[in-house]
Design a protein around this ligand. Structure first.
Ligand code: PEP
Ligand code: MN
Length: 330
């Protein structure tokens, strides 16, 4: 059993108190705070929670121990966790090299940290545009080296892994969250992963998918809430904002949101994005296209650059305002 201490709480006091009760205890650094590992079982949670330093108990019988105890850091060149909102933006699908390079340059100048773009697409209909595949990946890699933005690209099959060697963040899409053998292969590349929640998945199933990745070698995982399936059809999916603080009580892995796929329409992207930041999301992944009407996939939900700039400013302002009031891990 582990005890997660409150932010800015040193472990010395509680270690002393526990040892005076003959409880063997050891301190570990977990993210930006301390945790205490207790040897043996049988301690009463009520007794342990009486210590003011203790925020919560991490039980030994958790289904996802690596997710619960993850204490690594997220390495991205221009993003500092807890100081800035993480921005991942770009087109749904990569369609044209000149368009991609020019958009990537604009996004980089604005302050976006990671470029997204689909190469192999997972479409509901086999007759819809399936993505440009390998050539799209080449253009993304060109954008990466010319413009200096890390890239995040969805991977659909382990067969494509050799093509993704230089991709900075591998994206597991909503449809593949529970493709466990793909998760094992992707984990074993030891690359960071953006893991979308499957719209049918419970939070526990989503975190178990992240456990697969960490177990097989991923150094960190961005957990991305992107909307779940409910009876409501006005938006494409229903962004589960409540999942954000719930997951943050389970793990120190960063939780981000994708308002684009939840909304399904550009008009709803900003309100959903702001609600996610209000709920504690550490980052956003947003679809942006220079000319959404001409986009070959997800035309209705992609933002123009101007719309994105407004969202960027408003969400950053909200994030900064919220930062002063945070008691949670973020
Ligand atoms: C995407 O981000 O390109 C995508 C297809 O999203 P999702 O997997 O959430 O549907
Ligand atoms: Mn899309």
């Amino acid at each position: 059993m582990w005890l997660l201490l409150r932010m800015d709480t040193p472990p010395d006091g509680i270690l002393k108190a526990l040892r005076s009760l003959a409880i063997e205890a050891q301190a570990h650094r977990l993210g930006n705070r301390w945790a205490i590992e207790l040897q043996g079982n049988g301690y009463l949670p009520e007794m342990l929670l009486r210590y003011e330093e203790v925020e919560r108990i991490l039980p030994d019988d958790t289904p996802y121990p690596l997710v619960q105890r993850w204490n690594g850091s997220v390495e991205l060149p221009s993003w500092k966790r807890r100081e800035k909102l993480l921005w991942i933006a770009g087109p749904c699908s990569v369609e044209n090299k000149a368009q991609l390079l020019s958009l990537a340059q604009d996004l980089k100048s604005l302050g976006v940290h990671v470029l997204r773009g689909g190469a192999f697409k997972a479409r509901t209909s086999p007759y819809s545009f399936q993505g440009l595949g390998e050539v799209a990946l080449e253009w993304l890699l060109e954008a990466r080296s010319l413009i200096g933005l890390p890239i995040c690209v969805e991977i659909l099959s382990e067969k494509h892994l050799p093509l993704y060697e230089q991709v900075d963040i591998l994206q597991i899409g909503a449809r593949n969250m529970d493709h466990y053998w793909l998760l094992k292969e992707v984990g074993s590349t030891q690359k960071p992963v953006l893991l979308k929640r499957n719209p049918q998945a419970t939070i526990e199933e989503w975190l178990l998918a992240a456990e697969y990745l960490l177990l097989h070698g991923s150094p960190w995982v961005l957990l991305c809430e992107r909307g779940i399936r409910t009876f409501e059809r006005s938006t494409r999916y229903m962004l589960d904002v409540g999942a954000i603080p719930v997951v943050q009580r389970q793990t120190l892995l960063p939780v981000i949101a994708d308002p684009s796929h939840a909304a399904g329409h550009w008009r709803y992207v900003e309100p959903l994005a702001l609600s996610a930041v209000g709920a504690g999301a550490e980052g956003l992944i947003v679809e942006v296209h220079p000319d959404p009407l001409q986009a070959q996939s997800d035309s209705a939900q992609q933002l123009t650059l101007d719309q994105f700039i407004l969202l960027y400013q408003r969400a950053n302002a909200l994030f900064s305002a919220r930062l002063g009031h945070l008691t949670q891990p973020v």
